[in-house]
Design a protein around this ligand. Structure first.
Ligand SMILES: Cc1cc2nc3c(=O)[nH]c(=O)nc-3n(C[C@H](O)[C@H](O)[C@H](O)COP(=O)(O)O)c2cc1C
Length: 179
Protein backbone atom coordinates (compact mmCIF):
# COMPACT_ATOMS: atom_id res chain seq x y z
CA UNK A 1 0.00 0.00 0.00
CA UNK A 2 1.67 3.22 -1.17
CA UNK A 3 0.48 6.62 0.11
CA UNK A 4 1.98 9.75 -1.49
CA UNK A 5 1.72 13.18 0.15
CA UNK A 6 2.30 16.46 -1.58
CA UNK A 7 2.84 19.79 0.19
CA UNK A 8 1.92 22.81 -1.92
CA UNK A 9 3.53 25.43 0.34
CA UNK A 10 7.17 26.36 -0.36
CA UNK A 11 7.59 27.97 3.09
CA UNK A 12 10.43 26.50 5.20
CA UNK A 13 8.20 26.60 8.31
CA UNK A 14 5.04 25.48 6.48
CA UNK A 15 2.18 24.34 8.73
CA UNK A 16 0.65 22.60 5.70
CA UNK A 17 3.78 20.40 5.49
CA UNK A 18 3.39 19.50 9.19
CA UNK A 19 -0.24 18.54 8.59
CA UNK A 20 0.59 16.42 5.53
CA UNK A 21 3.39 14.71 7.48
CA UNK A 22 0.99 14.02 10.40
CA UNK A 23 -1.41 12.24 8.02
CA UNK A 24 1.47 10.31 6.40
CA UNK A 25 2.71 9.22 9.83
CA UNK A 26 -0.78 7.94 10.71
CA UNK A 27 -0.75 5.96 7.43
CA UNK A 28 2.75 4.61 8.13
CA UNK A 29 1.61 3.40 11.57
CA UNK A 30 -1.10 1.39 9.78
CA UNK A 31 1.41 -0.38 7.56
CA UNK A 32 1.53 1.90 4.50
CA UNK A 33 4.68 2.90 2.65
CA UNK A 34 4.67 6.72 2.65
CA UNK A 35 6.44 9.30 0.48
CA UNK A 36 6.33 13.12 0.63
CA UNK A 37 6.83 15.20 -2.51
CA UNK A 38 7.85 18.63 -1.27
CA UNK A 39 7.65 21.59 -3.65
CA UNK A 40 10.18 23.53 -1.58
CA UNK A 41 12.88 20.94 -2.32
CA UNK A 42 11.70 20.05 -5.82
CA UNK A 43 9.92 23.02 -7.42
CA UNK A 44 8.04 22.32 -10.65
CA UNK A 45 8.25 24.56 -13.73
CA UNK A 46 5.31 26.78 -14.60
CA UNK A 47 2.82 24.70 -16.57
CA UNK A 48 2.64 25.71 -20.24
CA UNK A 49 0.43 23.52 -22.46
CA UNK A 50 2.36 24.65 -25.57
CA UNK A 51 5.82 23.74 -24.28
CA UNK A 52 6.07 19.95 -24.60
CA UNK A 53 9.74 19.85 -23.59
CA UNK A 54 8.81 20.73 -19.99
CA UNK A 55 7.09 17.42 -19.35
CA UNK A 56 10.53 15.80 -19.81
CA UNK A 57 11.66 17.76 -16.70
CA UNK A 58 13.00 15.29 -14.12
CA UNK A 59 10.95 16.71 -11.22
CA UNK A 60 7.75 16.73 -13.31
CA UNK A 61 8.34 13.08 -14.26
CA UNK A 62 8.99 12.06 -10.65
CA UNK A 63 5.95 14.01 -9.38
CA UNK A 64 3.57 12.53 -11.96
CA UNK A 65 4.87 8.98 -11.62
CA UNK A 66 4.70 9.08 -7.79
CA UNK A 67 1.04 10.13 -7.98
CA UNK A 68 0.30 7.59 -10.73
CA UNK A 69 1.69 4.74 -8.62
CA UNK A 70 0.00 5.85 -5.36
CA UNK A 71 -2.87 3.85 -3.84
CA UNK A 72 -3.89 6.94 -1.85
CA UNK A 73 -2.92 10.62 -1.89
CA UNK A 74 -2.57 13.37 0.73
CA UNK A 75 -2.84 16.88 -0.73
CA UNK A 76 -1.79 20.00 1.16
CA UNK A 77 -2.37 23.60 0.11
CA UNK A 78 -1.80 26.78 2.11
CA UNK A 79 -4.76 29.16 2.24
CA UNK A 80 -3.88 32.17 0.12
CA UNK A 81 -6.52 34.85 -0.48
CA UNK A 82 -9.26 32.50 0.68
CA UNK A 83 -8.35 29.85 -1.91
CA UNK A 84 -5.56 27.57 -3.19
CA UNK A 85 -1.88 28.53 -3.09
CA UNK A 86 -0.38 29.25 -6.54
CA UNK A 87 2.43 26.67 -6.29
CA UNK A 88 -0.13 24.02 -5.31
CA UNK A 89 -2.40 24.87 -8.25
CA UNK A 90 0.52 24.90 -10.69
CA UNK A 91 1.59 21.42 -9.53
CA UNK A 92 -1.96 20.13 -9.93
CA UNK A 93 -2.00 21.43 -13.51
CA UNK A 94 0.69 18.83 -14.32
CA UNK A 95 -1.58 15.93 -13.33
CA UNK A 96 -5.15 14.79 -14.00
CA UNK A 97 -7.68 11.99 -13.64
CA UNK A 98 -5.01 9.43 -14.62
CA UNK A 99 -3.39 10.08 -11.24
CA UNK A 100 -6.57 10.61 -9.19
CA UNK A 101 -9.54 8.63 -10.56
CA UNK A 102 -10.86 5.99 -8.12
CA UNK A 103 -8.24 6.80 -5.49
CA UNK A 104 -8.86 8.10 -1.97
CA UNK A 105 -7.57 11.62 -1.41
CA UNK A 106 -7.07 13.30 1.99
CA UNK A 107 -7.10 17.10 2.07
CA UNK A 108 -5.04 19.38 4.34
CA UNK A 109 -4.79 23.17 4.45
CA UNK A 110 -3.15 25.68 6.82
CA UNK A 111 -4.57 29.15 7.29
CA UNK A 112 -3.69 32.30 9.19
CA UNK A 113 -7.27 32.45 10.43
CA UNK A 114 -9.47 30.04 12.41
CA UNK A 115 -10.46 27.68 9.58
CA UNK A 116 -9.26 26.82 6.08
CA UNK A 117 -12.71 25.87 4.80
CA UNK A 118 -12.64 28.01 1.60
CA UNK A 119 -9.40 26.34 0.49
CA UNK A 120 -10.57 22.86 1.48
CA UNK A 121 -13.79 23.48 -0.47
CA UNK A 122 -11.78 24.51 -3.57
CA UNK A 123 -9.68 21.35 -3.17
CA UNK A 124 -12.83 19.20 -2.94
CA UNK A 125 -14.20 20.71 -6.18
CA UNK A 126 -10.89 19.98 -7.88
CA UNK A 127 -10.72 16.36 -6.72
CA UNK A 128 -14.35 15.69 -7.65
CA UNK A 129 -13.59 16.84 -11.19
CA UNK A 130 -10.71 14.33 -11.30
CA UNK A 131 -12.99 11.52 -9.98
CA UNK A 132 -10.99 11.09 -6.77
CA UNK A 133 -12.67 9.80 -3.60
CA UNK A 134 -12.40 12.47 -0.90
CA UNK A 135 -11.72 11.39 2.69
CA UNK A 136 -14.72 12.96 4.50
CA UNK A 137 -12.69 14.20 7.50
CA UNK A 138 -10.89 17.38 6.39
CA UNK A 139 -7.56 18.66 7.76
CA UNK A 140 -7.92 22.35 8.60
CA UNK A 141 -4.92 23.83 10.50
CA UNK A 142 -5.78 27.15 12.18
CA UNK A 143 -3.25 29.97 12.51
CA UNK A 144 -3.20 29.35 16.28
CA UNK A 145 -2.02 25.71 15.86
CA UNK A 146 1.18 24.92 17.76
CA UNK A 147 3.62 22.08 17.22
CA UNK A 148 6.43 20.54 19.25
CA UNK A 149 9.98 20.39 17.89
CA UNK A 150 9.14 17.19 16.00
CA UNK A 151 6.27 18.89 14.19
CA UNK A 152 3.58 17.10 16.25
CA UNK A 153 0.35 18.98 17.09
CA UNK A 154 0.30 20.15 20.72
CA UNK A 155 -3.52 20.29 20.68
CA UNK A 156 -4.71 16.69 21.34
CA UNK A 157 -7.93 17.26 19.34
CA UNK A 158 -5.99 18.32 16.24
CA UNK A 159 -3.54 15.43 16.72
CA UNK A 160 -6.47 13.00 16.93
CA UNK A 161 -8.16 14.52 13.89
CA UNK A 162 -5.10 14.13 11.67
CA UNK A 163 -4.61 10.57 12.92
CA UNK A 164 -8.22 9.81 11.96
CA UNK A 165 -7.66 11.29 8.49
CA UNK A 166 -4.72 8.90 7.99
CA UNK A 167 -6.64 5.89 9.24
CA UNK A 168 -9.62 6.70 7.00
CA UNK A 169 -7.32 7.17 4.00
CA UNK A 170 -5.71 3.74 4.53
CA UNK A 171 -9.12 2.11 5.11
CA UNK A 172 -10.51 3.58 1.86
CA UNK A 173 -7.35 2.63 -0.07
CA UNK A 174 -7.63 -0.97 1.17
CA UNK A 175 -11.31 -1.19 0.20
CA UNK A 176 -10.69 0.25 -3.27
CA UNK A 177 -7.63 -1.95 -3.86
CA UNK A 178 -9.73 -5.10 -3.18
CA UNK A 179 -12.00 -4.31 -6.12
C1 LIG B 1 -0.22 35.48 -0.23
C2 LIG B 1 -0.87 35.06 1.07
C3 LIG B 1 -2.24 35.08 1.18
C4 LIG B 1 -2.86 34.68 2.37
N1 LIG B 1 -4.22 34.71 2.46
C5 LIG B 1 -4.83 34.34 3.62
C6 LIG B 1 -6.24 34.38 3.72
O1 LIG B 1 -6.96 34.71 2.78
N2 LIG B 1 -6.81 34.02 4.90
C7 LIG B 1 -6.05 33.67 5.98
O2 LIG B 1 -6.62 33.38 7.03
N3 LIG B 1 -4.70 33.60 5.89
C8 LIG B 1 -4.07 33.93 4.75
N4 LIG B 1 -2.70 33.87 4.65
C9 LIG B 1 -1.92 33.28 5.77
C10 LIG B 1 -1.60 31.79 5.45
O3 LIG B 1 -2.78 31.06 5.20
C11 LIG B 1 -0.84 31.17 6.64
O4 LIG B 1 0.39 31.84 6.80
C12 LIG B 1 -0.61 29.66 6.45
O5 LIG B 1 0.09 29.17 7.59
C13 LIG B 1 0.19 29.40 5.18
O6 LIG B 1 0.44 28.01 5.05
P1 LIG B 1 1.91 27.40 5.27
O7 LIG B 1 2.24 27.65 6.75
O8 LIG B 1 1.79 25.97 4.96
O9 LIG B 1 2.86 28.12 4.37
C14 LIG B 1 -2.07 34.27 3.48
C15 LIG B 1 -0.67 34.25 3.34
C16 LIG B 1 -0.08 34.64 2.16
C17 LIG B 1 1.45 34.60 2.05
Amino acid sequence: MKIVGFNGSVSASSNTRKGVLAVLEACRQRGAETILYDLREHPLPFYDPDDHSRSANEDVRRFTSLLTEADGIVLGSPEYHNTLGGAFKNAMDWVGSRQFANKPVALVSATGGPSSMPTLTAMQLMIRSLHGWIVPVLGSIPGTAQFDKNGTFLDPDLKQRFDTIGSELVRMAELLKKQ
